[in-house]
Design a protein around this ligand. Structure first.
Ligand SMILES: *[C@@H]1O[C@H](CO)[C@@H](O)[C@H](O)[C@H]1NC(C)=O
Ligand SMILES: *[C@@H]1O[C@H](CO)[C@@H](O)[C@H](O)[C@H]1NC(C)=O
Ligand SMILES: *[C@@H]1O[C@H](CO)[C@@H](O)[C@H](O)[C@H]1NC(C)=O
Ligand SMILES: *[C@@H]1O[C@H](CO)[C@@H](O)[C@H](O)[C@H]1NC(C)=O
Ligand SMILES: *[C@@H]1O[C@H](CO)[C@@H](O)[C@H](O)[C@H]1NC(C)=O
Length: 471
């Protein structure tokens, strides 16, 4: 995939971490240099510049109650033509900034460690020995995703993001990461799913904040940009916004249409997919208890059961299942513009035909579609769909803690105007700390380090790029 991109273009992108509140803290700066290299070779990014070793105030270590309610925004980066969307956070004392995939489809935070022995080439890594507040939990950590695994040990430290701080966040410090899971400048992943599926059994960062009342409103929201059909897109492009504690009314129009997560199913962000149409025709899909879709910012595409995917492509003349390395994908004639809609909670949302085209063959005649088979190994019987960025680029999406629900709204003209517009990659913004809350009870008592409790569907396309390119 993505072989048509102008990868040879040399560009110099500098990603500088804002020093949000100079009077009390500072954050190390990350200088990124993109070089002229083929896409599949990890870009060479320059080393960390060690700056500003100012003291962090002990405010991060002090009180455990919420100080005030707030909201915060993190500007995102779109990596490799919508393959993944990452934001930034800071860890430790003094705080060091890292780029992390923002993944509503899993619930653990982890970063590559500077002792990493595999899978971390060119990736900025965490040096826990340089943080005065790091605590080694002396337990193993392991998480399995759709496209690989990350393993290491559990640690605890101050984590800051978009103006929020949790002084005792438990996270994975990983020294073994599957090949292609991390693509520089991304160093790890922030899970934004519910605590019940956390492999670490630690309360997720977002859930600590919202359950302690740190947010103005119990919501977090995404606006994701589209570059997949832009032949001049840079490898790193402006990715949209992630907001915690509020929605940004400049980024959507009309109402946010919320659909409740079924009671007791707070794990992934699960809501029923009621109907799906292709070229205006309704397709047969799983119903009732089997109708659930995980709304997953960390998955590039849309995955469905084999039958449902076959039914979708049955509406596209001359389509066929791909074979070999592309098993699970389907191909179809590129001159067919494919129009898919998905209905959640009675409201229908259309996916742009541009998002349906994952990749063209070299002769431009056959296209790989962006819907793929997830088979039957989801581990959650009611889960039939993984609805990733292919869909989410078409809506403003809101993840609400209470009542537990997922909402969608139409993107505003201001949001749509950001699609396909190359520009400087946004500076990571940690924000001055408006609210600090401690994780209470941090670790569930049954935690015993035996590893994962669920497969998380982080199937970043980056990890399948090799397979697609071989087509
Ligand atoms: C934590 O301690 C364990 C030994 O208990 C060690 O294997 C691991 O490397 C340590 N992790 C870090 C990040 O220091
Ligand atoms: C990409 O697709 C979107 C949505 O269909 C469309 O509005 C836009 O014009 C397309 N961009 C290019 C460069 O073709
Ligand atoms: C809301 O989005 C608009 C448009 O991108 C942006 O200019 C504004 O700063 C955002 N507001 C907040 C509070 O982040
Ligand atoms: C796609 O479907 C939507 C909803 O049915 C419709 O409004 C739109 O006109 C269709 N677009 C194309 C290109 O067929
Ligand atoms: C640890 O957890 C695993 C899986 O839940 C369980 O099989 C095992 O018995 C537990 N071990 C201890 C010592 O509690």
């Amino acid at each position: 995939m993505l072989s048509t991109l102008p990868l040879g273009l040399a560009a110099l992108a500098t990603l500088v971490v804002a020093s949000p509140s100079p009077s009390t803290e500072s954050i190390q700066h990350v200088a990124l240099k993109r070089q002229s290299q083929p896409r599949r070779t990890p870009e060479e990014f320059a080393s960390w510049a060690k700056l500003h070793r100012d003291m962090l105030r002990t405010k991060y270590l002090g009180t455990s109650s919420s100080q005030k309610r707030a909201e915060g925004t993190n500007l995102l980066v779109n990596q490799n033509l919508d393959s993944s969307f990452f934001g930034s956070l800071a860890i430790g004392t003094p705080p060091v900034a890292f780029n992390v995939i923002l993944d509503t489809g899993s619930s653990d935070l982890w970063l590559a460690d500077n002792d990493c022995i595999t899978g971390c080439t060119d990736v900025p890594t965490l040096d826990t020995s340089s943080s005065s507040t790091f605590v080694n939990q002396s337990e193993t950590f392991s998480i399995q995703y759709g496209s690989g695994r990350a393993q290491g040990s559990l640690g605890q430290d101050v984590v800051q993001m978009a103006g929020f701080s949790v002084p005792n966040q438990v996270f994975g410090v990983c020294d073994r990461v599957s090949a292609n899971l991390l693509n520089s400048p991304v160093s790890g992943l922030l899970g934004l799913g519910w605590e019940s599926i956390a492999s670490s059994k630690a309360k997720p960062f977002w859930q600590t904040l919202v359950s302690n009342g740190a947010w103005d409103q119990p919501v977090m929201a995404f606006q994701l940009t589209r570059f997949i059909n832009d032949t001049s897109a840079d490898v790193l492009a402006p990715g949209g916004t992630f907001t915690m504690g509020a929605v940004n009314s400049s980024l959507y129009t009309g109402d946010i249409d919320y659909v409740n997560i079924p009671s007791g199913k707070e794990s992934y962000w699960l809501i029923p997919l009621e109907t799906l149409t292709v070229q205006g025709n309704t397709v047969s899909i799983p119903t009732g208890d089997s109708s659930y879709a995980a709304i997953d910012t960390g998955t590039t595409l849309v995955g469905g059961t084999s039958d449902a995917i076959a039914n979708i492509f049955a509406q596209i003349p001359d389509s066929s299942p791909a074979t070999g390395n592309l098993d699970g994908y389907w191909t179809y004639p590129c001159d067919t513009s494919v129009n898919v809609t998905m209905n959640f909670g009675g409201r229908t949302w259309a996916i742009s035909p541009a998002d349906f085209i994952l990749q063209r063959s070299v002769d431009g005649e056959r296209c790989v579609g962006a819907f793929f088979e997830i088979g039957t190994t989801t581990g959650t019987s009611s889960l039939s769909w993984i609805v990733g960025d292919t869909f989410l680029k078409n809506v403003y999406s809101v993840f609400r803690y209470d009542p537990p629900s997922v909402g969608f709204a139409e993107l505003s003209a201001a949001a749509l105007a950001q699609n396909g517009v190359n520009g400087l990659v946004p500076d990571p913004t940690i924000g001055s700390v408006a609210a600090t809350v401690s994780a209470t009870g941090g670790l569930r008592s049954e935690r015993n380090g035996s590893g994962r409790v669920a497969v998380s569907w982080w199937t970043s396309l980056a990890a399948t790029a090799g397979l697609i390119m071989a087509w």
